[in-house]
Ligand binder design. Sequence first.
Ligand code: NAD
Length: 492
Amino acid sequence: MTATQLTSENERTVVDAVPKQLLIGGSWRDAEGGRTLDVEDPSTGTPLASVADASPADAMRALDAAVAAQASWAAHPPRERGEILRRAFEQIVARSDELALLMTLEMGKPLSESKAEVTYAAEFFRWFSEEAVRIEGRFAVAPNGAGRMLVTKQPVGPCLLITPWNFPMAMGTRKIGPAVAAGCTMVVKPASQTPLSMLALARILEDSGLPDGVLNLITTSSSGKAMGPLIADRRARKLSFTGSTEVGRKLMEQGSQQLLRLSMELGGNAPFLVFDDADLDAAVEGAVLAKMRNIGEACTAANRFHVAGPVAGEFSERLAEKLGAMKVGRGTEDGVQVGPLIDATQRGKVADLVTDAIGRGAKAVVGGQAREGAGYFYNPTVLADVPGDAKLLKEEIFGPVAPVASFDDEAAAIAAANDTEYGLVAYVFTRDIKRALRVSEALETGMVGLNQGIVSNAAAPFGGIKHSGFGREGGREGINEYLETKYIAINL
Ligand code: NAD
């Protein structure tokens, strides 16, 4: 690491404090051959730190450790499993400032947003600390009266958990929390762009008393090569993946060989519907949140705005005013609301989508260009009169760009909203209660934000349908992804 890009002593301290090795069977060790991979600060494009770069053999050792720890961990008292999570929750909250700074340095989002993610991430540990002791089965008299039926839940077994870069900590706790609560061991693989938050989290779990081998962490620059053999290994019993639909599809194919149990939290293309009876102030506020949270790099980000014809012009103007006033810069600077995108590839993709839309007749009300200078910044953008064939209405933008199109009536709004292969979340703004329920039920998504621009909540089941995947994380449903149901037929 060169020192120049870290602007304060504090930044250096939080980066230096993170372990940079692989965690396998309770010991921190270097990758085979001492290989490392660089982590970049996206606000400057310069290296921030180097972490171990696991080989396929390292990854297999991590699975070996998870397999070895499974039986004793499954037998660990649920109350103690919960208490480990509770202690980890408390540590995360107590250290939220330093964890937020670390996240901002590797991922780019403004400090206030990193702080919000750290809180959200911790909530999964609190929630699942409470769920660990509520894993219930049932006992029943068989219908013929002769036998008895005992239905019980058991941990699935060793899990493979793969997470993306956009929420470096919460996408981890959302899987690790229920896995720990259910009594599963695991191999965790964070995205190579943002491994530091997960490394810090692993240390916290260790300090909270998680036994050796329950959580094994590998960081690697060659995800496919390292994880492929684990997915094919029949000792692994579950894969929970959060990432793009494209990679999710590949992993499903690989997992099908051994009928691996899967949870897939994939891409989104969220429609944001504003009806002419909506509270326009609330709709604009909600739109800013749904679009700009995480610099637009969220699977739940509003990807396209469908607004009733009579209010579309006013909505675009007001949204443009808000987005145009947002401060763009390094996430550590005071008052910054929009950080850099994760890398040059992502920024190039956003720029191409905007160029395509403008080429087809859309108008940039505000923004429309990348920011000059170091880092991967893109200016907040509102595009009006976006034609139906623009690529950004079909593809996940993953950037601070809001395309606005208008609709004539409710049926057209629903048809436009559902005209996508994705089905993660939709947002609906209306003051008519009947319309609100009618439209919510007609939307082909796993979640709906009704008059609000954010749905994420550790106590709620998060997940999608269609090409956004399957399985639910959080809520009462979340732990089921890590449990098997066993039925014992009892002859009396
Ligand atoms: P990605 O699919 O490129 O990578 C996700 C993870 O998979 C990373 O850890 C990556 O290293 C790993 N990976 C990539 N190829 C692999 C392979 N062949 N074998 C094993 N692992 C592999 O996604 P990303 O760019 O990191 O994240 C952005 C995507 O994640 C977006 O599409 C976003 O919508 C999605 N996402 C979904 C949710 C959700 O809950 N539905 C939440 C956050 C992000």
